[in-house]
Write a protein that binds this ligand. Structure first.
Ligand code: PLP
Length: 414
């Protein structure tokens, strides 16, 4: 039988030496089916119209490209533009992928969706998409992450999702991914696994890139309307879904410069950051079903990481980004916890926009770059999310005493 891949020739599985499908036999039928069905759906105008309609009426597309004129004047150098992806439903780009995959699950007649989540943002987007489409949603979340990110647990449950604590390993995101993969291999005929970033076994990296490419397509058209001369695009990189979506339309051309920003955390020491590409310590290895660069030890164990932003501390990186870094099309740099907080404050005061802590890493790198570039040029930074979700972290970091006395008074009056 001719497969969808053979017929449509569309779903990439390797990116240079990275990517692939490193899974046990039990998961192969699920991935084969997903690859075939995704290729068919993507080629079907009815599915694409449904996706566009959901984008317009539910997600909030298109999101604006803001000229940050005050920030540009205060900073000096190239014009700074900000893609306001944080205006999307549930506050970040994650909903583009969650809605796309939920629509695919529905098309396949799968009534049950499972997802992993770290900080809860992907769980939130999945729960919202499933509520909207009438699908049942189970979110696996490390029990340590559940304790650290409780507001998102409340929000997911409010949206009707069931949040399952994962008690294995370090009780964080990587353990939640393993739990979700186990569930899927046992239940795939009626269940879709809605993965949250451009990683995992094929076809996930390529599928997630396509669902996120709407961010880059809109930005490219909006850039043309400005008439400005764009030297660079800047995005933060956790697993890599907002970056690959933002950069996607520009990959086949040499310019503009495409710059990925990793979490520099609290320093250069092991466990103090999540720098996989901009530094020299990551290794090529296999985890979570795909080959890429990981922060792992010589035995293949993933290493602990740190970032002030919950979404940038994954120890791996999507395979296409790893490949584009090695080929030189993408540049990588990092921003520290402190630089991200400074950039967050700078844009809040100058432009009235509050970046998510993840996106604030891209903002910090964009400010550095703007200073180096000629004022006749421009750059665009992706605000992958807005900062409301970070109030428990930013208030403590920026205004500790007042925040703690607020929490104490809440408890006293509870
Ligand atoms: C989850 C998240 C990220 C990191 O994920 P990517 O897949 O690298 O995009 C970045 N920004 C925000 C706002 C997030 O919620």
């Amino acid at each position: 039988m001719e497969t969808a891949r053979g017929k449509l020739g569309t779903v990439a599985d390797y990116f240079g030496v990275f990517g692939g499908r490193f899974v046990g036999e039990t998961l192969r039928p699920a991935l084969d089916q997903l690859e075939e069905e995704f290729a068919l759906a993507w080629a079907d105008p009815v599915f694409r119209e449904e996706l566009d309609a959901a984008g317009k009426t539910f997600v909030g597309r298109p999101t604006p490209l803001l000229y940050a004129g005050n920030a540009t004047r205060a900073q000096g150098g190239a014009k700074i533009y900000v893609k306001l992806e944080g205006l999307a439903q549930t506050g970040a780009h994650k909903i583009n992928n969650a809605m796309g995959q939920a629509l695919l699950a529905k098309r396949l007649g799968k009534k049950r969706v499972i997802a992993e989540t770290g900080a809860g943002q992907h769980g939130l987007a999945s729960a919202a998409a499933c509520a909207r489409l009438g699908l049942s949603c189970r979110v696996y979340m490390g029990s340590l992450d559940m304790a650290r990110q409780h507001p998102n647990v409340f929000a997911m449950e409010m949206l009707g999702a069931e949040v399952i604590p994962v008690e294995t390993g370090s009780r964080t995101l990587k353990d939640a991914i393993n739990a979700a993969l186990r569930d899927w291999s046992a239940n795939y005929p009626g269940t879709h696994y809605l993965i949250g970033s451009a990683l995992g076994p094929s076809p996930f990296p390529e599928m997630v890139r396509r669902f996120q490419s709407v961010v880059g397509e809109e930005t490219r058209a909006q850039m043309r309307e400005t008439g400005a001369d764009f030297a660079a695009l800047v995005a933060c990189v956790g697993g890599g879904s907002n970056a690959i979506g933002f950069f996607s339309p520009f990959l086949d051309q040499p310019l503009p410069r495409l710059i990925g920003v990793e979490a520099g955390g609290r320093g250069d020491g092991p466990g103090d950051n999540a720098v996989r590409m901009a530094g020299a310590v990551s290794r090529i290895g296999v985890a979570h079903g795909y080959k890429s660069r990981f922060l792992m030890n010589g035995d293949g164990q993933l290493m602990p990481t740190h970032s002030i932003s919950a979404g940038l501390d994954y120890p791996g990186i999507g395979p296409q980004l790893a490949s584009l870094g090695d080929s030189g099309r993408l540049e990588f740099t990092s921003a520290s916890d402190g630089e991200a907080l400074d950039a967050l404050r700078f844009f809040a005061r100058n432009e009235g926009i509050i970046f998510a802590l993840e996106s604030a890493h891209a903002a910090a790198a964009a400010l550095r770059l703007a200073r180096e570039l000629d004022p006749g040029r421009a750059l665009a930074v992706n605000m992958s999310g807005r900062g409301d979700k970070d109030i428990f972290i930013t208030a403590k970091a920026l205004d500790r005493d007042n925040w703690l006395s607020f929490l104490e008074s809440e408890i006293a009056h509870a």
